[in-house]
Every structure is written in C-alpha cells, then in structure tokens.
Design a protein around this ligand. Structure first.
Ligand SMILES: [Ca+2]
Length: 401
C-alpha cells in the first residue's frame, strides 16, 4: 500500500480549506451548499448490467508541507558548521557561544533539522559556519529544495530562523530542475542599496501586480522586531488579488478558480521544481562589523514550511510519496507522474489539462477510448459529452465494456 501524502499542518479541513486557499479574506463565503463543486474530485459509478457511468470533476491534491518531501542541498559544501569544530556565538553577546561539531551528536546542525518535527520549547536547526571562516569574503549559503517534479505553492512560504534574520536574502524558483533560476522575492535591510529596488510590501500589491517580484524590508530592516524570527513569502496576499471585490454574505464570486486558470502568469509564478533560499548577508545589528568577534555572524534556520501540492494538471485528487518521489494518482484515464498524458487505449483525442472553466462545473477533459471517435454511435458527439458532463452536474458519459 502506497502511503498518501498527509495533509500536514493546520490547514482547515475540506471544503473550507480550499475556499480559503484562493479566496483569502477578500471574499465573503456562502453556505456550504453554495461551495464550488470543483473543490472535490469525485468519481461516482453507476452500473447496471454492462453499462457503467462516471461522474467527473476537475480535481487536485490537498495542500501539504512540501518541504518534508524535498531533497535538500546546501552549498558551498563546507558551509554547514562543525567541520572543523568551531564556536558559534550570539550576535547580542559574543561571549555566549556554543560549539558546533559534526562528529558529535547533539553538537551538529545538519540540513534535515530544517524540516524535522519541532517539539515545543526544543528547537533543532541547521547552522552555517560563522563569518570567521570566510571573512573578508562575504558569508553566503544556498539552500535548495528539490522535488524532482513540478509542484505548486498554495500558501505562504515561512522560514523560521534560529539566528537573527539575515540582512539580505533572495528566494528563487526553478522550473527546470535547477538549470535556470528566477527570483520570487528579495529581502534586505536596504532594498535600494542591496538590489537597486524600491522596497514594497506584498500587502500593497495591486491586482495587475499579482506576479510582480518585490523587495521587502519588513523582515530585515533595523526596525524589524528582534524577537520575531520568521521570513515569509506571501502567497495568499497574491492569490487573494484574484478573488475580486468583496461580495455580500451568501454570494460566491463568479469564479476565482476560473480567474486563476485564465491567469497563466500566476500559475507559472507559483509552479516550480526547485526552491532556493540564497542567504547573502547575515544580520550584523548595524553597519559596524566587529572583526574581533566574527563568530557571532552566521545563519541558523530551525524550520522551513513550503505549503503546496503536486502539479497534477487537475487530473488527480491524491499525490503519494513512494521511493523518495511524489507522484499523482491519476484519474480521468490519464497517466504519468503528473497525469500529463492519456492512458494507453484512451488517446482518441489530444490530452488536455483539466480546467476550472466553464463555471461552475469545470472541465475534466477526460481521455477518451481510442474508438470513441470512430464509433460515433457510441459517442454521438465528443464535444457534447464534454459539455454536458460538466454543465449539469449529472453524469452522461457512458462506457460499454
Ligand atoms: Ca527543526
């Protein structure tokens, strides 16, 4: 039995969770009976003698914490502390130090401690070497999460630092397994000086800026709270921009999912095979660099949360983790790790991605048997089958075996 990827952390249960996912706070919710049917992927089988009928809906897996299913790579190779053993000190107190040693259990801080289960009051964390190792060269580290397949971000990416938050970092994405990279968001204590960009907050984005790459100072600036250790990539603030104007209670927006489908730029922005966190400059507490105590400058991360789902082309409601890889459990007679082709014997028309459109039923775009076109008597009209199937909510597609 292949395990299903658990739903993970504290996202609301279905169907509320999926609505919150795309609508965010910008949309007033209707009653449960008014929730869009594409929040479910249900295949209902009615059978009588030799005739069986299916009911299809566009579908996708639930959101989970993808960081737990990633291969994690840190470079440069020797940037993790402890080889050779060294003392890492607190930024606020250079005499408050702890030894890091890869050969000692309890004193080592390997990368997997960024994605382990955190126990309250006990933090486990990855830790870099201190600036003492590389000074006067910059202290830099790249942390790459690789899934070996396409996944979609659905909620805010949250990075929790054990150290003070860095003075400069970039979150980047790749859709080609690390061959090329594009920025998702820049972070700096001074965006103009660090990246030549005006600082901006995700909250201030307009609907036409839904895929705009911004630089924000709210997590790195000198005004940033010393007690708060998280850095966010705000996904929900962006997807909420597509929800449209707030509607009176009891009314649901025409189709935020449809707007999502109709916005390939946003889908592209949120789709990736790899996520990279580039740490460019550690927190220094100001402009002065204490060269006598470089051990107090370093990076340490206790947790990385990457809420998202497998990209299954709206042809799967489940994604499983098997032999170290995530794979969609394809429906609609599709096949492949991401349901991107039709099953053998079901290729009478070109494969198509599922769609949330037309509203409200969406289009499953099922793969049809090889003889569906040639046997017009059994398949009176492929297009009418597709339309009826999703316009009425009742099943009309018959297979005869
Ligand atoms: Ca941890």
């Amino acid at each position: 039995m292949v395990p299903t990827v658990p739903t993970g952390l504290a996202w609301p249960d279905e169907p509320l969770r999926r609505v919150l996912l795309l609508l965010g706070a910008a949309l007033s919710l209707g009653s449960a009976s008014q929730l869009p049917p594409y929040s479910r992927c249900k295949v209902t089988v009615h059978s009588s003698d030799d005739v069986a009928a299916w009911e299809y809906h566009s579908c996708q897996p639930q959101t989970t914490d993808l960081a737990r299913y990633a291969r994690i790579h840190v470079d440069p190779m020797d940037i993790t502390c402890g080889k050779p053993p060294e003392n890492i000190c607190a930024l606020e107190n250079p005499y408050l130090c702890a030894e890091c040693d890869v050969s000692m259990l309890g004193l080592s801080h390997p990368p997997h401690l960024m994605v382990d289960a955190e126990v309250p009051d006990t933090s486990t964390f990855w830790q870099s070497a201190s600036w003492h190792r590389t000074h006067p060269e910059p202290l830099r580290a790249n942390i790459t999460f690789s899934w070996g397949r396409e996944v979609e971000l659905t909620h805010d990416v949250v990075i929790t630092f054990q150290s003070r938050r860095p003075a400069a970092l970039v979150l980047e994405r790749s859709r080609d397994h690390g061959r090329s990279w594009r920025p998702l968001q820049f972070y700096a204590d001074d965006c103009l000086e660090e990246f030549g960009m005006e600082q901006r907050r995700a909250l201030d984005l307009l609907s036409e800026d839904v895929t705009k790459v911004i630089c924000t100072e709210e997590y790195s600036g000198s005004f940033a709270s010393k007690g708060i250790r998280t850095v966010r990539m705000e996904i929900q603030n962006r997807t909420a921009l597509l929800a449209g104007p707030r509607l009176p209670p009891g009314r649901v927006s025409a189709s935020p999912y449809g707007r999502m489908t109709a916005n390939p730029a946003l889908r592209d922005f949120l789709t990736l095979t790899d996520l990279r966190l580039s740490l460019l400059r550690p927190a220094t507490g100001g402009t002065f660099i204490d060269k006598e105590n470089l051990q107090k400058y370093h990076y340490a991360i206790s947790d990385v949360l990457v809420p998202g789902r497998c990209q299954c082309n709206l042809h799967a409601s489940e994604c499983v983790f098997n032999a170290g890889r995530l794979a969609c459990v394809c429906q609609h007679r599709t096949a492949g790790p991401d349901c991107s082709k039709c099953q053998r014997g079901f290729r009478s028309r070109r494969w198509r991605q599922g769609s949330y459109l037309p509203y409200p039923m969406g289009s499953a775009n099922v793969c049809l048997p090889n003889n569906a076109i040639s046997h017009a008597a059994l398949w009176p009209s492929v297009s009418s089958v597709e339309n009826k199937e999703h316009s009425s909510g009742t099943q009309v597609l018959n297979f005869i075996f």
